[in-house]
Ligand binder design. Structure first.
Ligand SMILES: Cc1cc2nc3c(=O)[nH]c(=O)nc-3n(C[C@H](O)[C@H](O)[C@H](O)COP(=O)(O)OP(=O)(O)OC[C@H]3O[C@@H](n4cnc5c(N)ncnc54)[C@H](O)[C@@H]3O)c2cc1C
Length: 432
């Protein structure tokens, strides 16, 4: 039987990041995955979708080229090439992960792991003993009970990558980040899109002004948006269900070894990521929201450093950036205005529109705004950006919030001109 100090079950961003850090810290490490390293993020989540979205952006840009003084012929879509490009991106990054695994001396076991007891797993005929385990088995898309998910035309995000041609029309159920990204993508390429959302607003987790702005943009692009809408029997060429996820905690004997799991199939953990069993930790999507790759990664690093007794700084779940990679992009962090009102917290609002920003005007990308919510002592409570490069700009707020930097600290830092990020400086200058 092979023995390891640490065994990681699940090779997505939570799992592989933990494996690499543990190996760097000198632990003997094994990682197991029944698919391939990279998890949902690399195989049909973050990376392949961003590759798709880039194609939509290029198509829109070419269609709009004459406004830049450039005449081109009518562009033609080769859908299979668009899908193939996502596969190439995935393959390239996957190679990098396998290279790291070899370089750091991590043992990779392809196959489905099943717990035999609290210190032993079985993978494809191999029995592995671990002093400590990290479960990083991720999540899977929730199904909608009112739809027949075995039907050829009812899909979740993973199935998009098996499409052979561009759908003429599609109903997307669920207008969170994933639903909105796919709505933008298919609409930009010419599919007729209906977007259904059960709540009052699309992107219901965003600040209301961001949701409303994106609603306006998609409406302008002729997406049929229906809010307060419950999906029942939908008659469309394709239906994409993106209503959230549930933890991958079934089928590998977690119950049998006594691990506590909640009603959404998420593994229960304490503030250090430890389950109710002393030598077993869990990170990432499988422990619940926010279901984001960078959260999985952060938790993976934290847990390994905690196991190594390095006393890592606690993760601050109030400082998690969330991004939607449509056009315009959205980047947000911290509290929304609604939550501040509900909690009775005093705040000030600083806001500016990209149509006043030099780089935005010069590059004809003036859509959107920055809204910053500040405490009375000029610290950031929340930041909400819709516009070009919003997903890049939000990191400045992540740095500021995590390190308790004030408005004065941000204004004291030189922002290059002309840039979109200069708009952060300009927005805060209005407060002076
Ligand atoms: C369409 C889409 C777009 C997304 N876009 C973004 C984005 O832009 N940004 C972002 O931050 N997040 C995004 N996400 C979410 C992101 O993909 C997840 O939050 C992230 O992948 C979770 O990482 P993880 O390591 O927790 O688990 P996963 O990435 O789910 O990896 C878990 C791995 O464990 C394996 N596994 C499960 N059970 C076992 C077992 N018993 N034995 C062996 N292996 C097992 C699975 O096969 C999988 O490979 C997106 C998700 C989707 C679906």
């Amino acid at each position: 039987m092979k023995k390891y100090q640490l065994i990681i079950v699940g090779g997505g961003p939570g799992g592989y990041t933990a494996a690499f850090r543990a190996a760097e810290l000198g632990m003997s490490v094994a990682i197991v995955d029944d698919n391939d390293l990279g998890g949902v993020c690399l195989n049909w989540g973050c990376i392949p979708t961003k590759s798709l979205l880039k194609n939509a952006e290029v198509f829109e840009l070419i269609n709009n080229a004459s406004s830049y003084g450039i005449e081109v012929g009518k562009p033609k879509i080769h859908f299979e090439k668009i899908i193939d490009k996502t596969i190439q991106a995935r393959k390239r990054l996957s190679k990098g992960l396998h290279f790291q695994v070899r370089k750091l001396g991590v043992d990779f076991f392809p196959g489905f792991a099943t717990f035999i007891d609290q210190s032993t797993i079985e993978v494809d005929g191999n029995t592995l003993h671990g002093e400590t385990f990290i479960i990083a088995t991720g999540s899977k898309a929730k199904h909608l009970p009112s739809l027949d998910h075995s039907s050829r035309n009812v899909m979740t995000a993973k199935d998009i990558f098996n499409l052979k041609k561009l759908p003429k029309s599609m109903t997307i159920v669920g207008a969170g980040a994933i639903g909105v990204e796919f709505a933008y993508f298919f609409n930009a390429l010419g599919s007729k899109i209906t977007l259904l959302e059960a709540q009052e607003n699309i992107l219901p987790n965003e600040d209301i002004e961001i949701s409303q702005w994106m609603h306006k943009v998609l409406k302008r692009k002729k997406v049929d948006i229906q809010t307060n809408a419950l999906a029942t029997d939908i008659d469309d060429e394709y239906v994409l269900v993106s209503i959230g996820v549930e933890g991958n905690s079934n089928g590998f004997r977690l119950n049998e070894i006594g691990i506590e799991i909640d009603e959404n199939q998420h593994i229960k953990v304490d503030q250090n990521g430890k389950t109710n069993i002393d030598n077993i930790y869990a990170v990432g999507d499988v422990i619940g929201p926010p279901w984001l790759a960078h959260v999985s990664t952060t938790e993976g690093l934290y847990v390994v450093e905690h196991i190594a007794k390095l006393n890592p700084k606690q993760i601050d779940y109030d400082c998690v950036p969330a991004c939607t990679y449509s056009k315009p992009e959205i980047g947000s962090i911290g509290l929304s205005q609604k939550i501040l009102d509900e909690r009775g917290i005093d705040y000030k609002v600083a806001k500016s529109f990209f149509n006043a920003n030099g780089k935005a005007v010069a590059s004809s990308s003036t859509e959107g705004f920055i809204k910053i919510l500040l405490s009375n002592d000029n610290h950031i409570l929340g930041a909400h950006i819709i516009g070009s490069n919003a997903t890049e700009m939000i990191s400045e707020f992540s740095l500021a919030m995590r390190n308790n930097l004030s408005v004065e600290n941000i204004l004291d830092s030189i922002h290059p001109h002309p840039t979109f990020s200069e708009a952060i400086f300009e927005t805060l200058m209005h407060l002076k």
